[in-house]
Design a protein around this ligand. Structure first.
Ligand code: HEC
Length: 107
């Protein structure tokens, strides 16, 4: 039944479009809700690097957003020291990507 697929695709596109265009203002709230600020300041290092430092480090790196999104979801270490970032499995892939884009815009 191809009509159903089209309708679903359309509904999905409609559902996603407003979320994407309003992503930026909600990011601070999502970061707060996700506990990011217990380890990160916007400017300063807490346990992990300040988000502005992250943005400066990856400035001009077109692949950084995808890598950081994966790291936010799966956790990891080694780019800033030996303390690992824990995984955030509760975040959806799209949320992790939005957070990565937002962090990269923080510099
Ligand atoms: C328990 C502490 C902790 C929490 C909570 C945490 N982080 Fe981190 N984060 C770290 C540490 C430590 C690093 C440095 C890891 C490294 O050296 O590669 C890091 C690194 C990062 C980086 C840079 C990764 C890289 O490879 O350069 C980004 C981006 C980031 N965190 C975003 C987030 C976001 C967004 C959240 C909330 C969803 C979050 N972090 C929550 C501790 C934390």
């Amino acid at each position: 039944m191809p009509a159903l697929g089209t309708a679903f695709g359309l509904a999905l596109a409609l559902a996603l479009a407003p979320a994407a265009s309003h992503a930026a203002p909600d990011m601070q709230a999502l970061a707060e809700k996700s506990g990011c600020f217990s380890c990160h300041g916007m400017q300063n290092k807490v346990i992990g690097p300040g988000f502005a430092e992250v943005a400066a480090k990856y400035k001009g790196d077109g692949e950084a957003a995808a890598r950081l999104a994966r790291k936010i979801q799966e956790g990891g270490k080694g780019n800033w020291g030996r303390i690992p970032m824990p995984p955030h499995p509760g975040l959806k892939e799209a949320e992790a990507r939005q957070l990565a884009d937002w962090v990269l815009g923080a510099g």
